[in-house]
Design a protein around this ligand. Sequence first.
Ligand code: C5P
Length: 223
Amino acid sequence: LKTISIAIDGPSGAGKSTLAKSVSKTLGYLYVDTGAIYRTIGYAAFSKGVDPKDGEAAAALLPELEIGLHYGEDGLQHMTLNGADVTDQIRLPEISLYASAVSAHPAVRAHLLEMQRKLARENNVVMDGRDIGTVVLPDATVKIFLTASVEERAMRRFRELEQRGTPESYEKVLEEMRQRDYNDSHRAAAPLKQAEDAVLLDTTELDFRQSEEAILRIIRERT
Ligand code: C5P
């Protein structure tokens, strides 16, 4: 029995997680947020005082980490680190840059590959990330590359942080967004890039509902 997998890749703040979550609910598929897994490692580095840019130090940390991914009664993906629920902590803005830095190391990426593939083997999934269509699930049923202008993505993240009660200035959010774009697309290991067989969807001019409809249309045409 073959499972169906929808790979959604793209830069930070393109709306991947919100859209993937909503689309997975409509389709009755499992939503897998792979960024949360990298964030969990970023959080581990942060809390242990490890320099996330140091590949050897990050690799040395891996055997000590027990990373758990499970779905709560709320249907949402929860992350645990050595048994402790870190779902909220990994969303802190400073963890974003830690996650981006640790995710550049090949040892970190290799460590997480099987965990992601297993989820897609055992479930119908909507999986979002940076390298799902290119590396993790090269045979995904449908691949979507979701993007929007960096200014629009920074504006969305700015509003989200404000709503969450952890506001930052727009300039700072934009600067961090640019830095993450650069890190994610210039690293040697699994850089962010559109898979050749992915459908490009630019949501700069689309609101949430329009983006969601566009994604569902792309999926329905191909499944
Ligand atoms: O998607 P999110 O912003 O939560 O991801 C945090 C960081 O994890 C990203 O900036 C990116 O560097 C990294 N990441 C990755 N590959 C993935 C998902 C996330 O390198 N598949």
